[in-house]
Design a protein around this ligand. Structure first.
Ligand SMILES: Nc1ncnc2c1ncn2[C@@H]1O[C@H](COP(=O)(O)OP(=O)(O)O)[C@@H](O)[C@H]1O
Ligand SMILES: [Mg+2]
Length: 480
């Protein structure tokens, strides 16, 4: 920057003064580098000390060159995308050019600061995950106040209507719960839905439809609205209206910021709801498994043990009748062996000891060997993986094999494990009749939840007549 000899101020003192002034001051050297920028200048233009004006603000370059060539001080407008500001350029010494932004820049800056603070307040509120209606109300309020509107609303679409779900400002019409039809309307709710773009109506006189009629009747003249997109689909809109005139040139762009925060809030609320649903399903699946276990114990092993006890009691009384006793004893031993086999089978379903003791490959081979269908297993890693990952793969394979036996009328099943891009991928394919439907039972959905919980993804392709393929992609880092 300039030496301060004329002012008799050391450079460091001059720099301290410029740093402290609220005016926006910057200097450019012969190479169009920003040699000095105070905080206000950086906030208004985006240029920091050391940054290149020709890269970041091409419109400024001509003017700086002109002043460097000895031209007179001149005013320039710096059109940044968000906030055009203007200022005065003057020669300092050598190739150095100074620039002071004028009062308009301060207003623009103040407006930007207001907007950023309002957005930050909404973002902080959203981060605290309050009830949805509180978010809808708060976003409407911040947007309405910022644009100096008379009132504002958060509005959500269903198939045919626009519903007011959040409201701020004068209580004229459109209370929360109001629905207006989208058909035969030229109002903003209808046009924003059609175009997917922000829109504005400067004067509601002569605008067709029920929404416009309500606006007129409640004394509103103009309104601006921005769409809210959730998951790539239009969810609703944010609307600010005014009773006494225009809402400002830049209103659409400013509203869009609030619409994005609102979209994030809705998305994260939906994600939370989905997570809760998945947790509930895991709990329910656990309970269903337990009920099934009780039933199996009741119908199977328990019945056999009861029968065994009865036989032994009869045997006790028949000990002198050797032939009958021998027959009963023989039957009892058989019942006992069956009961043991069933208990072992049940225990295996609960707690695959072989998986915990020896790992995935032996456990999957054991599953395959036990299946009544021929099952080919390939690609299973020999090394141990995290317990959660091993368990997930095991249960995906176990359930899919059970399904192939129970539902598919298959003649063979193939199990293949591969690794791709940090994922462990397991696929189970049968050659049965297809038509598997995760909504039709609890097994596949339980698998999807289990895989989800590890950050993975489960897919089922099962066209009728073309077999069923269950595929789970599991991040290898999961559960470790
Ligand atoms: N491999 C398969 N072949 C054909 N149909 C299947 C297969 N797997 C599942 N299905 C069908 O999809 C439904 C859902 O499966 P699942 O979620 O495992 O529930 P469940 O096995 O408890 O009935 C089954 O009821 C069955 O009708
Ligand atoms: Mg099943």
């Amino acid at each position: 920057m300039a030496t301060a000899s004329e002012a008799n101020l050391p450079t460091s003192a001059l720099r301290a003064l410029l740093d402290a002034t609220p005016a926006a001051v910057g200097c450019f050297d012969g190479a169009l580098r920003t040699a000095y920028a105070n905080t206000a200048f950086t906030m208004a233009t985006g240029l920091q000390e050391g940054s290149d004006a020709s890269e970041q603000l091409p419109p400024l370059v001509e003017a700086i060159r002109d002043v460097q060539r000895g031209g007179t001080p001149r005013r320039v407008r710096v059109g940044r995308s968000r906030m055009p500001v203007s200022g005065r350029l003057f020669a300092l010494e050598g190739a150095l050019v100074g620039m002071v932004l004028d009062a308009g820049a301060h207003e623009a800056l103040a407006a930007l600061v207001d907007e950023q603070s309002a957005l930050r307040r909404v973002a902080m509120l959203v981060a605290a995950a309050p009830a949805a209606d509180e978010v809808f109300r708060a976003v409407a309020e911040e947007a309405g106040r910022l644009l100096h509107g008379t009132s504002a609303a958060t509005i959500r679409y269903d198939e045919e209507h626009a519903w007011t779900v959040g409201r701020w400002g004068e209580e004229r019409g459109f209370v929360v719960g109001t629905a207006v039809p989208l058909r035969d309307s030229e109002g903003l709710t209808a046009t924003v839905r059609q175009t997917g773009r922000a829109g504005r109506i400067e004067d509601y006189d002569g605008v067709r439809g029920r929404a416009a009629e309500l606006m007129r009747r409640n004394g509103y003249r103009s309104a601006v609205a921005a769409p809210v997109f959730v998951g790539g689909k239009i969810w609703g809109l944010l609307l600010v209206s005014s009773g006494d005139g225009s809402l400002g040139r830049d209103a659409e762009r400013r509203l869009a910021g609030f619409a994005s925060v609102l979209a994030l809030a809705v998305e994260s609320a939906e994600a939370r709801a989905e997570l809760n649903a998945s947790r509930t399903r895991i709990l329910e699946a656990g309970m269903a498994e337990r009920r099934m276990l009780e039933r199996n114990l009741h119908d199977g092993a328990q019945q056999r043990l009861v029968a065994l006890a009865v036989q032994l009691r009869v045997l006790e009384r028949r000990l002198e009748d050797r032939e009958t006793a021998e027959r009963l004893l023989h039957g009892a031993v058989e019942e006992l062996e069956q009961a043991l086999a069933e208990l072992r089978e049940l225990a295996r379903g609960l707690h695959p000891a072989i998986l915990v003791d020896r790992g995935l490959a032996p456990a999957l081979n054991a599953l395959a060997a036990r299946s009544p269908l021929p099952v080919q297993v390939e690609g299973v890693p020999r090394e141990r993986l995290s317990p959660a990952l091993e368990a997930a793969v095991y249960f995906v394979v176990a359930e899919s094999l059970t399904n192939a036996v129970k539902h598919a009328e298959a003649t063979a099943v193939q199990v293949r494990v591969t690794r791709a891009a940090g994922d462990l991928v397991v696929e189970i394919a049968d050659d049965g009749r297809g038509g598997a439907d995760p909504e039709g039972g609890s097994g596949l959905r339980g698998l999807a939840d289990r895989v989800d919980a590890l950050g993975g993804h489960l897919s089922v392709s099962s066209e009728a007549g073309r077999g069923t393929r269950v595929r789970a992609e599991l991040p290898e880092a999961s559960g470790s």
